[in-house]
Design a binder for this molecule. Structure first.
Ligand code: CP
Length: 341
């Protein structure tokens, strides 16, 4: 058994709030569960999932992880199953919203031992969006731990599962080179995966290269935090714009696309900028300049737009294992957060 400090009762909203030791302890538990099977440690407990946005992997892996540990899962879709929620504190609720998040979170806490939320960005000002109001409101009002199933700012269970996949592949990750490569996508995708994966790489002492065209920086406060985290863990972080330079010598190329923060809330201006970078696609030629790099992506993938079929389906592609490992890391997290020894 690990001597890492307990994370029982904690919210899982970003890896940034967990120490390297705590992150490694959860990975270790997940490896054990994957190798040796798992018992009915969630019997008599329940998970309430609330989706404000679509999902395949997260929905399926959260539900199956909890239910195969013996627990009960309810899956609520905002706009279909829930009353429309008011998020503003002290609001005079004479408009469309029927219920305040304060009441919804407290009531769900009566039924469920864990509440998990997916809530991505809407069309708005980035300074407001980055406050992650839905997740933060549930954190504030719920009486049970909150799991982030992807928010405006982060996707911690994806990143934690990716760390498990990387450890399986490489063993110790310290000093390994991970390139996060911005690729073209017809839509402005969330920043949650890029932020989460970057945080994970820096926490575990990897050498992170973030590669994107001008106008596609990560969130400024997340960037500051990455620098601080890398300095603490012995890792490093740099930003480059050339894909060729970014992938040269990489051990891992992590493909992702994300929207321009500067143009957030202005779809037309964002699309105009994005349209200039249609040639940013990961190809076998680019992968051949790496250190035999593994290819990673959180999925869903726009094949032959973000990345060629030949890269996604190559022996060095980890994308399906990454998705599968979400099950094991989430089982481990449920056990850790709910205090299973
Ligand atoms: N990677 C991931 O979160 O996939 P979904 O959006 O399908 O859940």
């Amino acid at each position: 058994m690990s001597n890492a400090p307990s994370i029982a009762g904690r919210d899982v909203v970003t890896l940034d709030t967990f120490s390297e030791e705590e992150i490694r302890a959860v990975i270790e538990r997940a490896r054990g569960l994957k190798a040796d099977g798992y018992s009915s440690t969630m019997r008599g407990r329940s998970l309430a999932m609330v989706f404000f946005d679509p999902s395949l992997r997260t929905r399926a892996s959260f539900a199956i992880a909890f239910s195969t540990l013996g627990g009960t899962v309810i899956d609520l879709v905002a706009g279909r199953d829930l009353w429309q929620l008011e998020m503003r504190e002290g609001a005079v609720m004479d408009d469309l919203a029927d219920e305040h998040v304060r009441d919804a979170a407290r009531v769900l806490s009566e039924y469920a031992d864990v509440i998990a939320i997916r809530a991505l960005a809407r069309e708005g000002d980035w300074a407001q969006e980055r406050r992650d109001r839905v997740i933060v409101s549930f954190q504030k009002h719920a009486q049970v731990p909150i799991f982030n199933m992807e928010s405006v700012l982060d996707h911690p269970c994806q990143a934690w599962g990716d760390a498990l996949t990387l450890e399986e592949e490489f063993g110790e990750l310290r000093g390994r080179k991970l390139t996060l490569a911005w690729t073209y996508h017809p839509k402005a995708r969330p920043l949650a995966v890029p932020h989460g994966v970057s945080t994970m790489a820096c926490k575990l002492g990897m050498d992170l290269t973030v590669c994107h065209p001008e106008g596609y920086t990560l969130d400024a406060r997340v960037q500051q935090s990455l620098q601080h985290t890398a300095a603490h863990s012995g890792g490093s972080v740099r930003t480059v714009s050339s894909l060729e330079e970014a992938v040269s010598g990489a051990d891992v190329v992590y493909g992702a696309s994300w929207g321009s923060i500067d143009r957030h809330g202005n779809a037309e201006r964002e699309a105009a900028l994005r349209g200039k970078h249609k040639d940013r696609r990961l190809t076998t030629q680019l992968m051949s300049a790496t250190n035999g790099a593994r290819f990673m992506h959180a999925m869903p993938i726009r094949r032959n737009v973000e990345v060629d079929d030949a890269v996604v389906d190559a022996p060095g592609s980890l994308v399906v294992r990454q998705a599968g490992n979400r099950l094991h890391i989430q089982r481990a997290l449920f056990q850790e957060v709910l205090g299973v020894q």
